[in-house]
Design a protein around this ligand. Sequence first.
Ligand code: HEC
Ligand SMILES: [Cu+2]
Length: 366
Amino acid sequence: MLIACIARQEDLGIRVRSGAAAKIRVAQRPERYPSVPARMPRSPFDLEDLPTLASSSMSAWPVASAFDTHSPEAQAIARLFCETLVVCAIVGAVVAGLVGYCAVRFRARAGEPAQTHGNTRLEVTWTLIPLAIVAGLFVRTAQTMGVSDRPADHEPDIVVTGHQWWWEARYEGGAVTANEIHIPVGKDLLVRVESADVIHDFWVPQLARKIDAVPGHPSSIWMQSDAPGTYLGACAEYCGAQHAWMRIVIVAEPQPEFDAWERHQREPGQAPATQAAMRGARDFTTKTCIECHAIGGSGVRARVAPDLTHLAQRQTLGAGVLQNTAADLAHWLKDPQGVKPGSHMPDAQLTEAEVGDLVAYFETLH
Ligand code: HEC
Ligand SMILES: [Cu+2]
């Protein structure tokens, strides 16, 4: 199956490399596929076109494993999965064994075999055993849900909203951020998950269960982390062109550090200090950016795009497609549609100088 799958990908000209940081790379297209015109936006995986992506995108980050759990919720789910797998493996082995046994024991022989009609004891046995297995799994599932899926009992600590193709996070205290969500270690947080457009799915496998973000129907999950660290998640429900670049970074830190971070997030954006940054701040208000983006303290309240008030503190741009460096930021501003084709960030046709000024301004937004 796996080999067939890899063979198929090779057939399509996609080379698969192994290892933790495996990346899928589009190699030469076979003749029978029409070649893509040079100017057409391509996938971010097309590393030849976008050399800076190769080194900086989050595809180089190891994908989090659902078995490397860091919260009681995730641990309960992983344990239930393993138990179910073991039970199913035993059932599979027993059934395969019996099929093999019967195939040999009752194979075709000369003459008419003895005819039997029903065996009550056997039939009761093979009804009761599966019933007991299913009942057992039901009880374990209900117990697991008691840990991972408790009902909400207070107002959410964080409201996470899925957008095509990024995540907005609003904290109870008023802090707002995008794609990178800080949490205090060891605290069980109630997260309300909403959607601004289509169905997304918020999934940080190491910390919590999966939950759909359904438009008009908020859902809640409990999420916590037992150790400081960075936990990666992703959108787990196909939601359009850039579904693959809808990553989540959860930064779990000790309570005092989290409190300082949250307090800082509530502060207005830093005023530009240099000439370039001042020009950048002006461009931000004159080049349509303020129609979509908010920078706290500048009187702008737009909510359709990531809040940029403390952009410089975040690790990634475009929900993981780039890292937040000056070079990648310039790349994004120059060509958002080349970096993330289909993204709702329009190409503002900025000049080199405008891009430089905006980068200078954004770099001050700590
Ligand atoms: C029509 C709405 C819209 C306008 C206008 C707009 N943007 Fe955006 N911008 C977006 C969206 C949506 C995203 C998120 C894209 C994604 O990750 O898919 C984004 C992302 C960004 C990011 C990355 C933020 C992050 O945290 O990942 C920066 C920086 C940015 N825009 C700057 C600008 C600047 C500068 C302008 C003006 C020249 C501008 N934007 C104009 C919608 C807009
Ligand atoms: Cu998605």
